[in-house]
Design a protein around this ligand. Structure first.
Ligand code: SDX
Length: 435
């Protein structure tokens, strides 16, 4: 698919008069891009963009975000319609394959995922090497990375079928691996997946059932969990997805690439924010303390930030946060927790922040992480597990983006350049002569 527009931008280096015509490419929607691949060769110049605030790393057909309008599309479908009308595996199929599945395709995909939900029995032993109070994301990084040592039979990353098998294995096994991390932290026996349950039901079953008593998973909670997974499935080239793409660009083992994505997602500025929101709400404690924390969030000398607020791309309300808030109310109603103090605190915090000039001027709105933690906590999921649930869902997006990267003819190993500001070349000083 050609994206060339025949239009160009002229870049002139005023210090030496050198000039270059930079070609522009256009996508389906969104800003055009300057193709600067020839810039260094023609102008002996690098670009400089820490955090990639204005830099596209790839072409993609998977997800599109319009940050100003608060729009999120997966393969062209608005997130609101997918969250309302699909289940998570249907959205997973869409993200992996580019089209919504028909009845047969949906049934076959769900059967494949269901049939891959067990893990190699020896993976079970990895958990025992961890302290019981290990952070689940540390366990997840290790156990998912260890899958590279087990699944060698379909690891030719240039074979589309092998990539599909790897994607299915990852998507199918993440609920089991994550639920087992929770069970291990409790000292309870691992629960195995049940093929009779849906994806979200199975996860909640493995999280909360015990061998001597099955947990009857509430359909409302299973639906809420399924919808939350949809909301976290993919999100363009965020930090963890970019990590997976960069790791994968060297041809690394896909399980190792996903483990790298998990590590990046763990950060509190990214997927770790849902855990950080709950900790922040507990820290604020009551509505009358909100003002003090809003003041701290605005204070440049204070590194406190309002967790669950702000976004690199959304300069409007994160559409996922709106759906999450609705789901939060549904779950609390189902659990008869209408007067959940944390929800009241969160909603009052949101109300005050959104009417504050600082947040308005900087276009800081609640993001996907602001309400998710309240839902998870209401479901009985410990705060330390929240980011693992984000990783569970984002494994779909990571897998789809990883495969798209490998199929991209423009794809090269990722190797950014730099602006060197260190010491100039200098004479070596033998040890005896150093001051
Ligand atoms: C996710 O990229 C994705 O798509 C991520 C994600 C996904 O689905 O993959 O959407 C998931 O990671 C959501 C974001 C979760 N993180 C948090 O909720 C942590 C709190 N938010 C911030 O750390 C921050 O908003 C970021 C990291 C999300 C975005 O930071 P940017 O884009 O680098 O913006 P910035 O730090 O340059 O902030 C711009 C200004 C700054 O003030 P000035 O230097 O211009 O004076 O806004 C301020 C910041 O200080 N600011 C905040 C703030 N977020 C930004 N001030 C107070 N509280 C905040 N939360």
């Amino acid at each position: 698919m050609s994206t060339s527009t025949k239009e160009t931008v002229t870049v002139t280096n005023n210090s030496n008069g050198k000039q270059v015509e930079i070609p522009l490419h256009a996508g389906t929607i969104g800003p055009k891009v300057m193709d600067i691949r020839s810039l260094y060769g023609q102008m002996d110049l690098f670009t400089y963009d820490p955090g990639f605030t204005s830099t596209g790393s790839c072409k993609s057909t998977i997800t599109y975000i319009d940050g100003d309008e608060g729009v999120l599309l997966h393969r062209g479908y608005p997130i609101e319609e997918l969250a309302e009308n699909c289940n998570f595996l249907e959205v997973a199929y869409l993200l992996l394959n580019g089209e919504l599945p028909n009845l047969d395709q949906k049934a076959d995909f769900e059967k494949s995922i269901t049939r891959h939900s067990m893990v190699h029995e020896q993976i079970n032993f990895f958990y025992r090497g961890f302290r019981r109070d290990s952070h689940p994301m540390a366990v997840l990084c290790a156990v998912v990375g260890s899958m590279a040592a087990f699944y060698h039979d379909s690891i030719d990353i240039n074979n589309p079928r092998d990539r599909m098998v790897t994607q299915h294995r990852l998507i199918a096994k993440m609920p089991t691996i994550i639920a087992w991390a929770y069970k291990y932290s409790l000292g309870q026996p691992f629960m195995y997946p049940k093929n009779s349950l849906s994806y979200a039901e199975n996860f909640l079953h493995m999280m909360f059932s015990i061998p001597c008593e099955e947990t009857k998973v509430s359909p409302v909670l299973a639906k809420a969990m399924d919808r939350i997974l949809i909301l976290h499935a993919d999100h363009e080239q965020n930090a963890s997805t970019s990590t997976v793409r960069l790791a994968g660009s060297s041809g690394a083992n896909p399980f190792a690439c996903i483990a790298a994505g998990i590590a990046s997602l763990w950060g509190p500025a990214h997927g770790g924010a849902n855990e950080a929101v709950l900790n922040m709400l507990h820290q604020i404690g009551s509505v009358d303390k909100i003002g003090e924390y809003i003041k701290r969030a605005k204070d440049k000398d204070d590194n406190f930030r309002l967790m669950g607020f702000g976004h690199r791309v959304y300069k409007n309300y994160d559409p996922r946060a709106k759906i999450m808030q609705k789901t939060c109310k549904e779950v609390l109603d189902e659990l008869d927790m209408h007067d959940e103090p944390l929800l009241k605190l969160a909603m009052e915090l949101e109300r005050i922040a959104l009417s504050d000039e600082y947040f308005i001027s900087k276009k800081l709105y609640p993001n996907v992480d602001f309400y998710s933690g309240i839902i998870f906590r209401a479901m009985g999921i410990p705060t330390s597990m929240f980011t693992s649930l984000f990783a569970l869902a984002r494994t779909v997006g990571w897998s789809a983006q990883w495969s798209e990267m490998i199929e991209d003819p423009d794809q090269k190993i990722g190797r950014p350049r730099q602006l060197y500001v260190g010491a100039p070349k200098r004479q070596f000083v033998p040890l005896g002569q150093r001051k």
